[in-house]
Design a protein around this ligand. Structure first.
Ligand code: AMP
Ligand code: ZN
Length: 116
């Protein structure tokens, strides 16, 4: 379902331009507009889900596929062996700012743990 005031629904529909790096019938992957690492890609489902907090059992395969897409992009782009970080910020303390569920794929530098 397209949510009219959602930035990522607009990216999915093409209403807002993005640097798309991969796309299939379930998801779209594009460069983050404010990259926090040399590689910073967002993987978003075409279906609008607000956040992990709103995901239910029926979303399991879709959310799993977002992770698998991140791993596939990492292999295709050649940084899988060096490593990468997958992040899903959720609600306020999690640092979520866009309420259309998305996976951050970060790579190209080492990452500390725990994150800040
Ligand atoms: P989060 O804080 O986890 O909700 O992540 C939202 C991310 O979306 C941030 O890293 C933003 O830089 C990114 N972002 C916001 N608007 C756009 C856009 N139009 N195109 C690409 N990335 C965006
Ligand atoms: Zn949306």
């Amino acid at each position: 379902m397209h949510v009219s005031d959602c930035i990522f629904c607009k990216v999915v529909s093409g209403e807002i331009p993005a640097s798309v790096v991969a796309s299939d019938d379930e998801c779209v992957a594009f460069d983050d507009i404010s990259p926090q690492a040399p590689v910073h890609i967002l993987i978003v489902p075409r279906e609008h889900i607000d956040s992990m907090d709103k995901a239910t059992g029926s979303h399991g395969p879709l959310i799993g596929n977002l992770m698998l897409k991140a791993a596939e992009i990492a292999r295709q782009r050649g940084f899988a062996d060096d490593g990468y970080r997958i992040v899903v910020n959720t609600n306020g303390d999690g640092g979520q700012t866009v309420f259309h569920i998305h996976v951050h794929l970060l790579a190209g530098r080492p990452f500390v743990f725990p994150p800040g």
